[in-house]
Design a protein around this ligand. Structure first.
Ligand code: SAM
Ligand code: SF4
Ligand code: SF4
Length: 464
């Protein structure tokens, strides 16, 4: 039977993952133990030969109510056989989740577009990309490890010739399926994609028609509008827009926010341009300065008020009215971002790494630098082995090595910011006069905390 829930044990807590919502709730160790007993006893806790339901009273009331809303009533059998129990693995990492909560799986670098900013140079497939069997084996390993969500991306994942089979397999395994996609589909794709089993469409739109098409190619804006209209007729589907923001399109964020509001899109993710791939050839001059970034965040806040039904997310969001380091249903991004801690990337040749913006994204030109960002290859080791060996993940898990010291005393750290991004610090390091300085000497160039402090030297309510 396909599972609808995952109950996963962590070293110091547990997660109850609700597949249909793509959402995970953290529970403490005691609550996990009661829930695990209920799953094993199919809704009943057995003790000393008796069958009783004391578990219900040992659970927090709001959790019991939430369980019931999802068809899991302590003391009643139905529903509990749809919960897959993932106990602690033998050697869990101490500085990361026991397994990724989400895998970003780049199944191909083939793409129907060739965007000017594309950080991984997608258009043509790489030689020796993973075969269908290898891709399905990643799905299998993800299920076994208790991964919650698999996000197919690329390249353009929907162009993979076996995409239907890949999605079918992931759904059968109880994974929540999301796709990072350009939304430029043929009529046939528009027919089948909304009912393909994909739960969450994350579609790129980089501005109004002229601005978007200058980056993504003529006709792409209209194609996305057609796709959004088609998806809107399937209200159970979750839809997000991704917009890569820089000086060239910052003036059109309001237009994209309006599209989101008009088409019932639930969230708009604004990604500051990263200086990689084709962006380094065409667009580094468009990158935000610190002051630009501050102005951009102010604009995001203005739009939050204008469009209360759209959830806006971005990085270093120090003006966010909610105290959060993450607008995500799965990952928390507390002391650092999710890369290598709560999530990982599987590249098109089977490499496993923390962040697709890192030098690890260029598997055809691996050198000493990019190798430092790669934790392993699925062609050599299983994912569980790669994930559990923290020594492989120093670039993502060794915070002392890369977090800028000013983050550690910053009043925003872990409240509204998960701290300086090591990949952006790496980028700064490559440009620096003294590139031998340690990574922690370079702060994220988008950090505008000092500008904010000048504007509001002592904001109240930050709780620090
Ligand atoms: C590489 S694409 C793959 C998925 C799909 N083809 C698409 O365009 O949405 C993944 C995401 O990265 C974004 N992206 C591309 N180049 C970028 C860059 N230089 N900096 C930040 N994000 C970028 C894309 O706009 C997209 O939202
Ligand atoms: S950003 Fe997406 S759509 Fe554009 S070239 Fe890269 S992979 Fe293709
Ligand atoms: S110094 Fe900047 S990057 Fe670091 S925690 Fe503070 S706001 Fe975030």
């Amino acid at each position: 039977m396909t599972s609808s829930h995952v109950l996963r044990q962590e070293t110091n807590c547990g997660f109850w993952f609700i597949r249909d919502e793509g959402r995970a709730f953290e529970v403490n160790v005691d609550t996990y133990a009661v829930l695990a007993a209920l799953v094993r006893g199919r809704g009943h806790v057995r003790k000393e030969g008796h069958r009783f339901t004391a578990g219900a009273t040992a659970l927090p009331q709001d959790l019991t109510a939430a369980l019931q809303r999802h068809g899991l009533t302590p003391g009643a059998t139905p529903g509990w056989d749809t919960v897959r129990l993932i106990p602690l693995p033998p050697n869990p990492p101490t500085d990361a989740a026991v397994a990724p909560k989400r895998i970003y799986f780049e199944i191909t670098r083939a793409c129907n577009l060739a965007c000017r900013h594309c950080f991984n140079n997608s258009h043509f497939p790489l030689p020796h990309e993973l075969s269908l069997d290898e891709i399905l084996d990643v799905n299998r390993q993800a299920e076994e490890m208790g991964v919650f969500e698999i996000r197919y991306t690329g390249g353009e994942c929907t162009r993979h010739p076996d995409f239907r089979a890949i999605v079918d397999d992931a759904r059968r395994r109880g994974l929540y399926v999301s796709i990072g996609t350009n939304g430029v589909y043929s009529p046939e794709q528009l027919e089948w994609l909304p009912t393909s089993g994909v739960d969450w469409f994350i579609i790129s739109l980089d501005g109004d028609r002229d601005t978007n098409d200058a980056i993504r190619g003529r006709g792409s804006y209209d194609a996305v509008m057609t796709t959004l209209a088609a998806l809107a007729t399937h209200p159970h589907l979750r839809v997000r827009l991704n917009m890569v923001v820089a000086r060239n399109n910052v003036a059109t964020i309001a237009d994209v926010a309006q599209v989101a509001a008009d088409t019932g899109v639930a969230s708009l993710n604004l990604i500051p341009l990263r200086p990689y791939g084709r962006a380094t050839r065409h667009m580094t001059q468009a990158m935000f300065s610190k002051a630009d970034f501050y102005a951009f965040i102010s604009e995001v806040n203005r739009l939050r008020v204008l469009h209360p039904h759209v959830d806006f997310s971005t990085t270093i969001d120090l003006l966010d009215p909610t105290k959060t380091t993450s607008h995500d249903r799965l990952v928390r991004k507390h002391r650092t971002c999710a890369a290598g801690i709560e999530a990982c990337v599987v590249g098109p040749l089977g490499h496993v790494y923390g962040c697709s913006y890192s030098p690890a994204s260029f598997p055809d030109t691996i050198d000493e630098t990019s190798a430092a960002f790669i934790a392993g290859s699925l062609r050599d080791d299983p994912l569980a082995t790669i994930w559990s060996e923290s020594a492989r993940w120093r670039a993502f898990r060794d915070l002392e090595e890369f977090k800028h010291p000013k983050c550690l005393t910053c009043r925003h750290y872990t409240i509204r910011c998960s701290g300086s991004c090591q990949i952006m610090a790496y980028y700064e390091q490559t440009k620096a006069a003294d590139p031998d300085s340690p990574l922690s000497a370079f702060c994220d160039p988008y950090c505008f905390a000092d500008l904010l402090d000048e504007a509001w030297p002592s904001p109240e309510g930050d709780g620090r």
